[in-house]
Design a protein around this ligand. Structure first.
Ligand SMILES: Cc1ncc(COP(=O)(O)O)c(C=O)c1O
Length: 385
């Protein structure tokens, strides 16, 4: 059996998405800026895609800027706000559990003279609102907090963060790459100014994402060139990608949420029968519906990943971006885990294409693999379970 449980890294393109994109890769291949018929058709398709994505978050179409993915959206949001507000201040607040697309962008800005405060999180990965309030100064120009964490699935209360920022008139950005279409966001109700999205995490194509930019929020464009995307993101638009992204959004149904959540809880319940393991991140509705991150004590996550791979099960240790990096995940250390313990963590991320049978097979296989690895583990000294 082949079981794909690495959907936080990327997802299978939905066949409906591939079908919707196909005409825009062949017959309707025009450049959306061209004035002829081919161009007009492309630009019409782009407009429709923008409308569909805007609708999902109750935004206006002009508030959606297409980008190449989550990384670019995060860069455009953070650098864009930082450079546009240099005259107002140089202080940015973020958290210690952001994706590298946010963390490394902030570190780069730090080298350029910006001051960055990194909010600590508790054991389950939540920021402290009082701490956030305390960090705000009259030089603070931006708060950027991840919505659903890509490793441990913690969903931050963005309404509360948005209200704190609004009261202090500070721009608020959230990276919603892992939560988009899984947790409902209504930008008319929640006063977030910028939100990052990526299509390949929701069964859309790779190479396209979007940034929601609330009307009136000032940013500086980061790519020089043509005047595409309201003069905020230069470059010929990826029309087929935008069409696929919109289709991916349209294909999400409410029932998918409860279905995936039920599979997640089945998996967590089954795996927790294994002695000496622990769930990282919160339980229930403050955990994104498709994430289970578990530490199996006395074994190395990499050894486990390879054994599971041999049995047809795809999972990850830490996050895919830090896979070649032997340092323990910054998210797991931020929630207080020691490096040696963090190395035993496995992230299982599900999708609507998984089945109950696959989850049963995964539970059974993980139990066997953990047992086999613990029998030969040097980390096991003193443990007889
Ligand atoms: C939370 C988060 N932000 C940003 C990204 C980057 O998105 P992309 O791969 O579309 O550049 C990822 C990808 O793993 C992510 O999980």
């Amino acid at each position: 059996m082949k079981v794909y449980l690495d959907n936080a890294a990327t997802t299978m393109t939905d066949p409906g998405v591939a079908k919707a994109m196909q005409p825009y890769l062949t017959q309707e291949f025009g450049n959306a800026s061209s004035l002829h018929q081919f161009g007009r058709e492309a630009s019409g398709a782009l407009d429709q895609a923008r409308v569909a994505i805007a609708k999902k978050i109750n935004a206006e179409p002009e508030e959606i800027i297409f980008t190449s993915g989550g990384t670019e959206s995060d860069n455009l949001a953070i650098r864009g706000v930082a450079y546009a507000n240099k005259n107002k201040g140089n202080h940015i607040i973020t958290s210690t559990i952001e994706h590298p697309a946010v963390l490394n962008t902030c570190k780069q800005l730090e080298k350029e003279g910006f001051k960055i405060s990194y909010l600590k999180v508790d054991k389950r990965g939540f920021i402290d609102f009082e701490q956030l309030k305390k960090e705000i100064t009259d030089k603070t120009i931006l708060v950027s907090i991840i919505h659903a964490n890509n490793e441990i699935g913690t969903i931050q209360e963005i309404e509360t963060i948005a209200n704190i920022c609004k009261e202090k008139k500070i721009v608020f950005h959230s990276d919603a790459v892992q939560s988009f279409t899984k947790v409902h966001i209504d930008v008319k109700k929640t006063k977030i100014d910028l939100i990052s999205f990526s299509a390949h995490k929701i069964h859309g194509p790779n190479g396209i994402g979007a940034l929601y930019l609330r009307k009136g929020t000032k940013i500086k464009k980061q790519l020089e060139g043509g005047s595409q995307e309201f003069n905020l993101r230069a470059g010929t638009e990826y029309v087929a990608g935008a069409v696929g992204f919109a289709k991916a959004v349209e294909l999400v149904e409410d029932k998918h949420y409860s279905y995936v959540k039920q599979l997640r809880d089945q998996l967590i319940k089954g795996l927790e029968e294994i002695p000496n393991c622990q769930l990282n991140g919160p339980r229930g509705d403050s955990r994104v519906c498709n994430n289970a991150n578990i530490i199996f004590n006395f074994i190395e996550g990499e050894a486990m990943l390879l054994r599971l791979d041999m049995k047809g099960i795809a999972v990850s240790t830490g996050s895919a971006c830090s896979q070649r990096d032997l340092k323990p995940s910054h998210v797991l250390t931020a929630i207080g885990l020691k490096a040696a313990v963090a190395h035993g963590s496995i992230r299982f991320t599900l999708s609507r294409f998984n089945t109950t049978e696959e989850i049963d097979y995964t539970i059974k296989t993980v139990k066997e693999v953990v047992k086999a690895l613990r029998e030969i583990s040097p980390l096991r000294r003193g443990y007889n379970g």
